[in-house]
Ligand binder design. Structure first.
Ligand code: KIV
Ligand code: ZN
Length: 385
């Protein structure tokens, strides 16, 4: 089974979510939980961005012992110096350098020709390797970069000493088959590619970040970058819990797995949501409140007979106690009877039928019927118990 490394960027790309600002204490608290989740690599911030971010990266570097700690840096000497200052106390420091490579970024943002991109990145990687034994290089907007130029950039990065080359679909533009093809092309055409790790960094602008990450794995990616709950710039990044659970649930297909401590997923999700203030949508895969909740009578009946009828993951795997059968207008007698037993009511058949009729009337008026509603309904003495 191939191991897929997880590079968590909740504290860097995740913090780039509009409205999110984590202080040092909060970053350390999240980093320690990421360490418990057994994330391989933690991108703690962008030290040159502000003195506050530099201090936070330094604090994370001092607190975490079992995950590699990474700082982001533009391909500039001052940024690299700032990153080294923040990261030198880490048990296992790594620098993440980036420079855009796509025609759009070269023309409008950098005003650089291809050869200038190659020279600038090469000088930065070589400079960084004087301090860091691990350097990851990202050609930003790789997803919209000419494939032959991306091969040239990757070749340059390997020769200059990068230990990981990361392929970002910076604007979430690609379709899985296209993104997978980039990895296949790099693997087949770049000499020395087997000496480094290839990484995928996807954004979710078209809702394909997880699918693209999985396509990268199928085509040889060693590392996936992402965030907890998929938070990040614009529509966010690949959600690491989705990748971990897709690999775990479909090991038969992917033949690969992460080293994550899966039963820490729910707790990590709750902590990140609380400290970032970013509410997890109820229907979010894996960690949404409804991910293990069943409302329809047919589904509830199936669940009560055999859970795998409607659940491909058991809630315990991600650290939750149990699935929820939510009582609403679609619920059936089977789930209703189970709920009554849970609440301590043992009704004869006629009383059960009468109570069920009352419950259906109420369910038509309310989205969800809670335990208190059911107790009230039975205590109305509208049904004889
Ligand atoms: O999305 C992106 O391109 C990035 C880079 C800095 C890797 O976040
Ligand atoms: Zn990004």
């Amino acid at each position: 089974m191939r191991k897929i490394y997880i590079f968590d960027t909740t504290l860097r790309d995740g913090e780039q979510s509009p409205g999110v600002n984590l202080n040092t204490e909060e970053k350390v608290e999240i980093a320690l939980q990421l360490e418990r989740l057994k994330v391989d690599r933690i991108e703690a911030g962008f030290p040159a961005a502000s003195p506050g971010d530099s201090a936070a990266v330094q604090a994370v570097a001092g607190a975490v012992r079992n995950s590699t700690i990474i700082g982001l840096s533009r391909s500039r000497m001052q940024d690299i110096d700032a990153a080294w200052e923040a990261l030198k106390g880490a048990q296992d420091p790594c620098l993440h350098l980036f420079l855009a490579s796509s025609p759009i970024h070269r023309k409008y943002k950098l005003k650089m020709e291809k050869h200038q991109v190659l020279e600038t990145a090469e000088a930065a990687i070589r400079y960084a390797r004087q301090f860091f034994s691990k350097v990851e290089f990202s050609p930003e907007d790789a997803g919209r970069t000419e494939l032959d130029f991306l091969c040239e950039v990757t070749d340059m990065a390997i020769r200059a000493g990068a230990t990981v080359v990361n392929i970002p679909d910076t604007v979430g533009y690609l379709y899985p088959a296209e993104f997978g093809n980039i990895f296949k092309t790099l693997k087949e055409n770049v000499p020395g590619i087997e000496k480094i790790q290839l990484s995928a960094h996807c954004h979710d602008d078209l809702g394909m970040a997880t699918a693209n990450a999985l396509a990268a794995i199928l085509n040889g990616a060693d590392q996936i970058e992402g965030t907890v709950n998929g938070i990040g710039e614009r529509a966010g990044n690949t959600a690491i819990e989705e990748v971990a659970m897709a690999l775990n649930t479909r090991q038969d297909f992917f033949q690969a797995k992460t080293g994550l401590q899966l039963d820490e997923i729910a707790r990590t999700s709750r902590l990140v949501s609380k400290l970032t203030g970013m509410v997890v949508p109820g229907n979010k895969a894996i960690v949404g409140a409804n991910a293990f909740a069943h409302e329809s009578g047919i589904h509830q009946d199936g669940m009560l007979k055999e859970k795998t009828t409607y659940e491909i993951i058991s809630p315990e795997t991600i650290g939750l106690k149990e699935s929820k059968l939510v009582l609403g207008k679609h619920s059936g007698r089977h789930a209703f009877r189970e709920k009554l037993i849970d609440l301590g009511y043992d009704l004869a058949e006629d009383a059960l039928n009468a109570a069920f009729a009352k419950f259906k009337d109420l369910a038509d008026k309310k989205k969800e019927v809670g335990d208190e509603d059911i107790r009230a309904l039975l205590d109305e003495k509208l049904v004889s118990i």
